[in-house]
Structure formats: structure tokens, C-alpha cells
Design a protein around this ligand. Structure first.
Ligand code: MF3
Ligand code: CO
Length: 249
């Protein structure tokens, strides 16, 4: 069942998502060679506590950390560790918070120092996919118009979109209906309505879309070892068009 949110609820969800946006901004500045993803996770924990919010991922289905930190061929759900970031890596940082009864969820992929041109192109394309998807979030459009925009944008650059993970509704639960695949034909699925809030999260691989899960049960990597990027925004559909609740990253 899809839960529609009132303007008041959307305002609170914006507050939750602004905590995420501010934190991701800070983590982006701190993600440099020599820093470990565990250090970033500790910064996130402290920041979220100071804002009187809670880490949404920690404890979710047993997830052990506050952030997901996914380096290079890790697509999503990378576990923070003592391994240091190195010049040339790309790092996806995914963060969720719980605040005043609602969830916020967003992700970015950042270069560590100088990165290759193809890595830059992958990051840029994935960000572009998210923005084109958000433009489709207008009342009356269909759910798959979002999915189709993402797939088209990634594939025109010769990249592929991950099938095994999807975007989602968000609100009083981290994951609500509907699921939002990052691929599909335009013009099918439910009609978009004012009051829907969706977390749109394209995951784009440089090579094939195949996924493998490591033995830790979480870390999702590209089957072919190619690079992967991930961007996510929580977005409300309003009478004035899409409102990016986590904007400002
Ligand atoms: N942004 C991802 C999602 O919405 C991250 C979830 S991590 C988990 O599914 F630990 F909460 F699963
Ligand atoms: Co999400």
C-alpha cells in the first residue's frame, strides 16, 4: 500500500533529509586518501546523535553500521572498515536517519583525490541519471517513466543499471511501497500522485549489471569487477512538481 504524505509530513521529512544532506556534505570533504571508512562511520554516528536523530541502517535486518561505504567495484552495502581510502578510488556513501518519526535516505559517490577519466564519467553519468529521473516525478506520469529515464541515461554511455537493488517509497518506514526499479519501459505501472515520497537510487556499473554478494552477507560487488557508482535522493511529489528533500549535497 502506498502511503501519501501531507504537506506537514513532507516538511518533517525534509528536516530528516536535511540532516543526511548536511552530513554527506561533511563526509565528502573528509573522504581523502589515508582516511578509513570506519573513521567516516564514526563521524556520521556522532553527527547524527548531535542532531538528535538515529542512524536508520544500524540494526536494520542486522546491518552493523551507520553508513554504507562502497569502494570501487562495491555496488552497495559496503561495510565500513579500517582499510584506508587510496588516491584514485571512488567511494559511495549511503546514509539514512530516523528523525521525528520519519526516515531520510540519500547517497553520493565521490572521487578520492584524482581519479581516472572513466571513473569520472561513471560518477557524472550516474548523477545525471538521478536528475533526469527526478524530472519525471510529476503527478500523472507513470512509475516506470522514472525507471526508464535512469536506464536510458546509463545505457547511452555504454554503462549498465543494476537489477538486483531498487529505489523505494520512504516515510514512517525506511522501505515503503512502491519499489522503484532502475530499468524498464516507459508508460507502465502506477500513476504518480502528489504526496508520494520516493527514494530514487540509480546504481550504475561500468561493465555488466551482474551482482555477487560477499560472504559477510552484505557487500554487493560487480560480478565482472568493474566500477560501480550510486546516487540517491529522497523526493516528494508536490503540486509544484518534484521537491528534493535531501537537496544540497
Ligand atoms: N539506501 C539503501 C536502501 O535504501 C541502503 C540500505 S542499507 C541497510 O536500501 F542496511 F539498511 F539495508
Ligand atoms: Co534507499
Amino acid at each position: 500500500m502506498i502511503v501519501l504524505k501531507s504537506p506537514q509530513e513532507i516538511a518533517v521529512m525534509r528536516e530528516a533529509n536535511q540532516i543526511v544532506a548536511e552530513l554527506l556534505q561533511e563526509l565528502k570533504a573528509r573522504a581523502v586518501p589515508g582516511v578509513s571508512t570506519r573513521e567516516l562511520d564514526e563521524i556520521a554516528e556522532r553527527f547524527i546523535r548531535k542532531k538528535k536523530a538515529k542512524c536508520a541502517f544500524k540494526g536494520y535486518r542486522g546491518y552493523p553500521n551507520c553508513l554504507c561505504t562502497s569502494v570501487n567495484d562495491v555496488i552497495v552495502h559496503g561495510l565500513p572498515s579500517s582499510a584506508e581510502l587510496r588516491e584514485g578510488d571512488i567511494l559511495s556513501i549511503d546514509c539514512g536517519v530516523y528523525y521525528k518519526g520519519f526516515y531520510g535516505d540519500a547517497a553520493i559517490t565521490v572521487p578520492i583525490g584524482r581519479v581516472s577519466e572513466r571513473a569520472q564519467r561513471l560518477i557524472q553519468t550516474t548523477r545525471e541519471c538521478l536528475h533526469l529521473a527526478i524530472e519525471r516525478m510529476v503527478e500523472g506520469n507513470r512509475l516506470s517513466d522514472i525507471s526508464h529515464a535512469i536506464q536510458t541515461c546509463a545505457e547511452k554511455e555504454g554503462f549498465s543499471v543494476v537489477r538486483d537493488f531498487v529505489g523505494h517509497g520512504i516515510g514512517r518506514q525506511l522501505h515503503e511501497d512502491p519499489q522503484v526499479p532502475n530499468y524498464g519501459q516507459a508508460g507502465t505501472g502506477i500513476r504518480l500522485k502528489t504526496g508520494m515520497v520516493l527514494a530514487i537510487e540509480p546504481m550504475v556499473n561500468e561493465g555488466h549489471w551482474g551482482v555477487r554478494i560477499l560472504k559477510d552477507g552484505w557487500t554487493a560487488v560487480t560480478e565482472d569487477g568493474s566500477l560501480s557508482a550510486h546516487f540517491e535522493h529522497s523526493v516528494a511529489i508536490t503540486d509544484n512538481g518534484p521537491l528534493v528533500l535531501s537537496e544540497g549535497i
